[in-house]
Unconditional design. Structure first.
Length: 57
């Protein structure tokens, strides 16, 4: 469950950057959002692999 908490923390941590990018057109915030979303993708992939491995044992 710690990975789930990591995902929640990551998403909540990106909230300010999402607002800055979409409402204030801050390009640097957009870069941070893209990096955060890549981190989220990688974390989700790790969780998928972990679940699959546990399911197959």
């Amino acid at each position: 469950m710690s990975k789930f908490s990591e995902i929640k923390d990551l998403v909540m941590g990106l909230e300010d950057d999402f607002e800055k990018f979409y409402e204030k057109n801050n390009q640097a915030a957009g870069t941070r959002v893209r990096k955060g979303m890549q981190d989220l993708k990688n974390l989700a992939q790790e969780i998928r692999k972990e679940v699959q491995d546990k399911k197959n044992t």
